[in-house]
Design a protein around this ligand. Structure first.
Ligand SMILES: Cc1ncc(COP(=O)(O)O)c(C=O)c1O
Length: 338
């Protein structure tokens, strides 16, 4: 277990890490380490998977959702700035969607100005870099997931990382049922069974060795799609910043406003050939559970997150897919447009 934590810390370049049973558990304990509790406000990117924000609610805090921008699909620094005019949050949860780094310079500057810590949800972006620095190492705490669908997997698992060694030790303590150092079982605080098993940690060590290879394969998949669709003006792949290198975990595309197909029509058309593609994450502010949560967007009448959700889709991106398999996906989509 310790070796997995050390090896991952050294890979991403951070002081300490604690291996946990899931990325969700890591977000939960990261928020607790930041002191998030009852009655607090926490800002969170709306365009994400529900695990980015559910732990805010576990702690009795209230999420306020922030809109995205079109250059990375992640938290819009301008919408974040606007949110600070209305609220004083306890923390900000930033996500690197589908492995594409967010605009961290701007986000960090705003959060520093307001003295508010960042929890970086890098569950999808292990190995992605921004200004040559690993995602997950910019925030006060960073989170990775080793869920079955992620770029490397332990079947289920996660990691909380930080340069704050004390904070990581505290998270480790909570994750092991908050058991005090006594001969008998003594608990002064609520605890959790969130530790990763040794077997899973062993798998994780093996997986870390193939991470760079996986990233190269995922990049090749993204670039094959990009090249194959470059003459179709209705299709654009998820963009990324010039000074960032995504891990290309999922290849996602967006359809032009003028496109006569909806993502659902493309998903169904692929499905007819036994090809699985998916919608973009449905933004959190549109989820029935979060219907009463506030959502901060630059323009009251439109939302970038909603627009990306309505026009985007995730393409098959598994590294087990052969070039022939991918060509079949490409041909099927090209036939719709040409
Ligand atoms: C953006 C994001 N955050 C958090 C998680 C949670 O990770 P886990 O499934 O390991 O709990 C996931 C993936 O599942 C995710 O995609």
């Amino acid at each position: 277990m310790d070796q997995f934590e050390k090896e991952l810390s050294s890979y991403v370049g951070i002081k300490s890490a604690t291996a946990l049973s899931s990325g969700t558990a890591a977000i939960h304990l990261g928020l607790k380490a930041l002191g998030v509790g009852k009655g607090d406000i926490v800002f969170c990117q709306s365009l994400t998977f529900s695990a980015s924000c559910n732990p805010i609610v576990y702690e009795g805090a209230t999420p306020v959702f922030i809109d995205s921008e079109y250059e990375t699909w992640n938290m819009d620094p301008k919408a974040l700035e606007k949110a600070f005019e209305k609220y004083t949050p306890k923390a900000v949860v930033v996500v690197h969607l589908y492995g594409t780094p967010a605009k961290m310079d701007e986000i960090i500057e705003i959060c520093h100005k307001h003295h508010v810590p960042i929890l970086e949800d890098a569950a999808e972006s292990l190995g992605a870099t921004y200004h040559k620095k690993q995602t997950g190492t910019f925030g006060d705490y960073g989170v990775y997931s080793f869920n079955g669908n992620k770029i490397i997997t332990t079947s289920g698992g996660g990691m909380l990382v930080s340069n704050n060694e004390e904070g990581i030790q505290k998270a480790h303590f909570w994750a092991t049922q908050s058991r005090e150092k006594e001969r008998f079982y003594e608990h002064k605080e609520i605890g959790y069974n969130y530790r990763l098993s040794n077997i899973c940690a062993g798998i994780g060590r093996g997986q870390l060795k193939v991470l760079d290879e996986r990233i190269a394969e995922k990049k090749a998949i993204y670039e094959r799609y990009q090249n194959a669709f470059q003459d179709i003006k209705e299709i654009k792949m998820q963009p990324y910043l010039a000074d960032s290198v995504p891990n290309f975990w999922l290849s996602a595309m967006i359809l032009d406003q003028t496109c006569s197909y909806s993502p659902l029509q493309i998903i169904e058309s692929l499905e007819a050939s036994q090809i699985e593609s998916r919608h973009i994450w449905k933004p959190m502010h549109l989820q029935p559970f979060y219907h009463s949560s506030d959502f901060i967007t630059l323009c009251e009448s439109s939302s970038v997150a909603e627009d990306i959700f309505k026009r985007g889709l995730c393409l098959p991106s598994d590294t087990k897919m052969t070039i022939e398999d991918q060509n079949r996906v490409i041909l099927k989509i090209r036939n719709l447009f040409t």
